[in-house]
Design a protein around this ligand. Structure first.
Ligand code: B1M
Length: 484
């Protein structure tokens, strides 16, 4: 039995290497992991437990304030199917809970995940806490998630942390690091962590051009004499039960197949499309989607960097403050709207879309049932459908504002944003403050479509997104250099 078990582990290692070298794609790795899990479940009752059983233990958590689950769960799947004990303690975990779990499970390594920009700061604080508690020597740390960079972890955080900290780009790099950390811990000859990433260019802030103060424009050169559309209504409207066929055609297939499902170009026709058809059918027959939207139009004016939303009497209802570019065009979202001094008012659209709660329940069940490939696919499709619904609704808003007549005829053109009017979501560079989502929630009251904003400023269900629609013909996506 031990030989069978070792052979299975060896098999998973080969699968990992094939993935690492680009010869195997994520869905097939997950399928192998399913087979492995089933086989081990059969073997385990017949095997004697010995201390030598454990290859090592990792405590895995998504950090405080962050709700992203799937990345961490993929790491769990890959590590546990490679023979590691994984204590996956879930999302939104404060450092105290992570350390308690590490103590309880006698962890060899701590793994932290998080996709939000804020999570990169939380991770830093967590490492400092480990230092303070004198635990840095004891726990090497692996960090992963979208907002991290290798240089931030392996330079900035490594400088702070008194133990070892490394960045994992994906679950397989996590596995390789875990293998090495355990080998180092066991004193395997030649075992050594990979060298730390060095920044190619030393970080320095680029000095602003030395312009006399009176020459720095207060505002960008965005036109202020564009036409202001009249919306079909003022205030908010709720639309429920939007059929899948209405927004499925807005699905960004490249983002789904490559970004979410991890497929290569050669397997899109043979694997991607048939599986997509299967899932869309299942979603329909099992009634997994509850697509709904709340949207609205509000009068507004700008003042400097502020956008002031007015009530029906013309008084201030709420106010957003946007960052302004320090260089280049000095763009700021407020510039796209009529100023208070102009004596005119402008219009802004807001929307919150969701594909509902049932789909999240269905994906969670798949993870619990160890149906890893299905879990990855259904979750990935559900989030891309939320995005598709947002695109579809954005086009409706453009049509309602009378600025959609020049919309491109094909989805490619739509995804390249070859149209007038932009959809800006808080958390992206032009409007980085997630806290401002509370103002959208206050204006639109998305609880009417079953969507709640959490204290971490995340919408539940997860497959939901909010945005403001800016009609100005010059509106474009831009960076302000502010990350929050
Ligand atoms: Co949005 N989103 N999103 N989003 N989204 C991010 C996370 C963002 C980074 C995009 C960006 O700015 N470029 C950004 C957050 C930035 C910030 O903090 N300010 C962002 C934003 C702003 C938002 C909204 C707030 C926008 C809005 O509506 N105002 C909103 C929030 C959602 C909500 O409130 N419910 C939102 C909405 C959405 C969708 C619903 C449309 C959709 C799904 C969201 C979701 O996943 N729950 C979505 C998507 C798809 C993304 C991106 C494009 C992809 C996320 C994903 O599904 N990845 C993302 C940008 C990006 O990642 N490039 C983004 C697939 C997943 C399997 O990967 O979890 O990264 P991931 O895990 C990987 C690796 O990172 C690594 O291994 C895993 C797999 O191999 N890894 C580890 C992760 N943890 C690890 C730990 C390890 C080792 C490896 O060891 C311990």
């Amino acid at each position: 039995l031990d030989i069978v078990n070792d052979t299975l582990l060896e098999g998973m290692k080969v699968v990992g290497e094939l993935f690492g070298s680009g010869q195997m794609q994520l869905p097939f790795v997950l399928q192998s992991a399913e087979v492995m899990k089933t086989a081990v479940a059969h073997l385990e009752p017949h095997m004697e437990k010995t201390d030598a059983d454990g290859k090592g233990t990792i405590v895995l958590a998504t950090v405080r304030g962050d709700v992203h689950d799937i990345g961490k769960n993929l790491v769990d799947i890959i590590l546990s199917n490679n023979g590691y004990n994984v204590a996956n303690i879930g999302i939104k975990q404060p450092v105290s809970a992570i350390l308690e779990a590490a103590e309880q499970h006698k962890a060899d390594v701590i793994g932290m995940s998080g996709l939000l920009v804020k999570s990169t700061v939380i991770m830093k604080e967590n490492l400092e806490e480990l230092n303070t508690r004198g635990l840095a020597e004891r726990y090497p740390v692996i960090l992963g998630g979208a907002a991290l960079t290798r240089a931030y972890v392996e330079q900035d955080l490594h400088e702070i942390y008194q133990g070892e900290v490394r960045y994992a780009r994906d679950a397989f790099e996590g596995l390789r690091l875990m293998d090495t950390l355990m080998a180092v811990k066991r004193g395997v000859p030649g075992a050594e962590l990979p060298p730390l990433k060095q920044r190619r260019v030393a970080r320095r802030s680029v000095p602003l051009p030395d312009l006399p103060e009176q020459d720095v424009p207060a505002r960008s050169d965005v036109a202020a004499d564009n036409a202001v559309p009249t919306p079909p209504f003022w205030g908010t409207r709720v639309v429920k039960g939007i059929p899948l066929k209405d927004y499925a055609s807005w699905l960004d297939e490249a983002a789904l197949f490559k970004g979410q499902w991890g497929l290569g170009r050669e397997t899109i026709e043979t694997e991607g499309r048939p599986r997509l058809r299967m899932w869309l059918d299942r979603m329909r027959t099992e009634n997994l989607l509850e697509a709904a939207v709340v949207h609205g139009y509000f009068r507004c004016v700008s003042k400097g960097e502020d956008l002031i939303i007015l009530d029906e009497n013309g008084s201030e209802r709420t106010r957003f403050t946007f960052p302004r570019q320090e260089r280049t065009r000095r763009l700021c979202l407020a510039d796209y709207f009529r100023s208070a001094e102009s004596g005119e008012t402008d219009v802004i659209g807001f929307q919150v879309v969701t594909v509902g709660n049932r789909i999240g329940e269905a994906t969670a069940k798949l993870f619990e049932a160890d149906s890893y490939r299905d879990y990855l696919e259904l979750h990935g499709l559900s989030v891309q459908l939320a995005e598709a619904l947002a695109e579809y609704w954005h086009a409706r808003v453009r049509a309602e504002l009378g600025i959609g007549s020049d919309d491109p005829a094909d989805l490619g053109g739509m995804l390249r944003t070859e149209y007038q009017g932009r959809r800006y979501s808080f958390g992206y560079p032009a409007c980085p403050d997630l806290e401002d989502r509370a103002k959208i929630a206050d204006l639109l009251r998305p609880e009417r479509i079953g969507v709640q904003l959490s204290e971490e400023f995340q919408l539940h269900p997860e497959q939901s997104t909010d945005a403001m629609v800016v009609h100005h013909p010059e509106a474009t996506y831009f960076n302000t250099g502010v990350r929050r």
